[in-house]
Design a protein around this ligand. Structure first.
Ligand SMILES: [Ca+2]
Length: 166
């Protein structure tokens, strides 16, 4: 009997699956994927998100939109993203990208691929794994401190803008 009930439940869930998206509440972040025109660099398209979120939620949000939190793999990409942010009038803001060492301290990877970072643009002295209110810095963001969008590790729970990529 239990098996029959289980089978019916599985069947019900499976048949409901195609409709889950329609029924699912929208993310509480305001979807603004197209609020700023995307930037194309090679095969990548970057989408600035001008809503602030912690790193985890930013990651979820990009995934929910069929994208991923941005990867930056070369100086050219970093330069173009920097110009893109400034041209959008957001030069003073901080932006999460999709790198962290949450899995293993000191081993920074792109969370969407698991690949270690090859190109980096750390600010001098970063990543420094500071502790803020009991939380250690593990997530990477861009900031415009020296007009060159260097990278810094920061506690993942803080709210910053972010960049998705597809
Ligand atoms: Ca830091």
């Amino acid at each position: 009997m239990f098996r029959l009930v289980l089978a019916l439940v599985v069947l019900a869930v499976a048949s409901a699956a195609p409709y889950l998206d329609q029924d699912k509440p929208r993310p509480s972040l305001q979807a603004n994927r197209l609020a700023v025109a995307p930037l194309r660099v090679g095969s990548k398209r970057y989408f600035l998100q001008t809503v602030k979120s912690n790193w985890y939620r930013a990651n979820e949000f990009c995934n929910y939109q069929g994208m991923r939190l941005a990867t930056i793999s070369s100086q050219e990409e970093n330069d173009k993203v920097a110009k893109y942010i400034r041209n959008s009038g957001l030069g003073g803001e901080y932006f999460w990208i999709g790198a962290s060492d949450l899995g293993e301290r000191g081993k920074y990877v792109w969370m969407s691929t698991g690949e270690p970072l090859e190109y980096t643009n750390w600010l001098a002295g970063e990543p420094n794994h500071l502790t803020d209110n009991g939380e250690v810095e593990h997530c990477v963001h861009l900031f415009d401190q020296n007009l060159d969008f260097t990278w810094n590790d920061k506690i993942c729970s803080i709210y910053y803008n972010f960049i998705c990529e597809m």
